[in-house]
Write a protein that binds this ligand. Structure first.
Ligand SMILES: Nc1ncnc2c1ncn2[C@@H]1O[C@H](COP(=O)(O)OP(=O)(O)OP(=O)(O)O)[C@@H](O)[C@H]1O
Ligand SMILES: Cc1ncsc1CCO
Ligand SMILES: [Mg+2]
Length: 263
């Protein structure tokens, strides 16, 4: 685990280009900014090549798309591949809505993603493993999440992050797990979206080792959430979300090293 990648983000301020969803776009932009990278969002297909050109990573969020946006997402993914920019996808609710799964698979057949970041319900759907996903949430299932994540990574030839109480990160062979976090993340819609785009920021400074970038992003994000939760007297989702932004900006590598739990 190379926690020092956090300092590299803060030193080099990489540009992370996002297709976001209208629900969480502000949190995603501020989360990227707070951790030390530079967000830019796009809604116009005509600017795709130029946008990808100025970016150091691309994050595609499938949280709320219409047909014209699917064309835009496709163009963005293809441009990221053509311009050799790291590409992350967040397949929101593909476990709950069959149309979304079809669109996500169709897109991923036409470009190669470097990292997929989703919860157990989403990753199980992309691995074709039985799971009872619930809307945008993970839902429930009794398969081993490590095996689910490995199957998805092998199927899609990329790094997979299956997030949850324990985050599982795998390239299909090697597996890392992050045990940090807080249930308060679940009370803030968009925690997952923020993580996916922050994975993009870590990929941007990773020299092409996206497995390491993905692990480190999970460790940093989950640990910072845990730091915040540890400071609260009771469950306060509003305070958590504001303090999360503060600590994404303020937390040091040493703060994270003190509480980091992973294997
Ligand atoms: N029960 C939990 N305990 C500790 N940490 C958690 C728990 N559930 C989720 N997390 C953390 O929350 C963050 C977001 O992951 P999550 O799996 O909730 O994404 P998601 O389901 O896509 O969320 P969203 O609803 O925002 O799209 C990750 O850092 C993960 O480690
Ligand atoms: C609530 C919700 N609906 C579509 S996207 C989204 C935010 C989580 O991605
Ligand atoms: Mg999500």
């Amino acid at each position: 685990m190379k926690i020092d990648l956090l300092n590299q983000i803060r030193e080099t301020n990489p540009v992370v280009l996002n297709i976001s969803n209208f629900v969480t776009v502000q949190d995603v932009a501020n989360g990227i900014n707070a951790i030390g990278a530079s967000p830019i969002m796009s809604e116009e297909i005509a600017e795709t090549d130029e946008m990808v050109g100025i970016s150091n990573a691309v994050a595609l969020n499938l949280g709320a798309f219409s047909k014209p946006q699917v064309d835009h997402i496709l163009a963005m993914g293809k441009a990221a591949n053509a311009q050799h920019k790291p590409l992350v996808i967040d397949p929101v609710a593909v476990g709950a809505i069959s149309y979304r799964k079809k669109v996500a698979l169709d897109l991923m057949n036409q470009f190669q993603v470097d990292v997929i970041r989703g919860n157990a319900g989403e990753i199980a759907a992309l691995a074709d493993v039985a799971w009872d996903a619930k809307g945008i949430d993970a839902g429930s299932g009794n398969q081993d999440v490590v095996e689910v994540a490995k199957a998805a990574a092998k199927k899609h030839h990329c790094v997979v992050i299956l997030s949850g109480e324990t985050d599982v990160i795998t390239d299909g062979e090697h597996v890392a797990r992050v045990f940090n976090g807080t249930p308060l993340f679940q009370l803030h819609v968009g925690s997952g979206d923020m993580l996916s785009s922050i994975v993009g920021a870590f990929c941007a400074v990773s020299d092409g080792d996206y497995f390491e970038a993905a692990q480190t992003a999970c460790l940093v994000f989950a640990s910072i959430g845990q730091l915040v939760a540890d400071q609260l007297q009771e469950e306060r989702p509003g305070t958590f979300s504001a303090r999360l932004m503060d600590e994404l900006h303020l937390a040091s590598v040493a703060d994270i090293e003190k509480i980091a739990q992973f294997d």
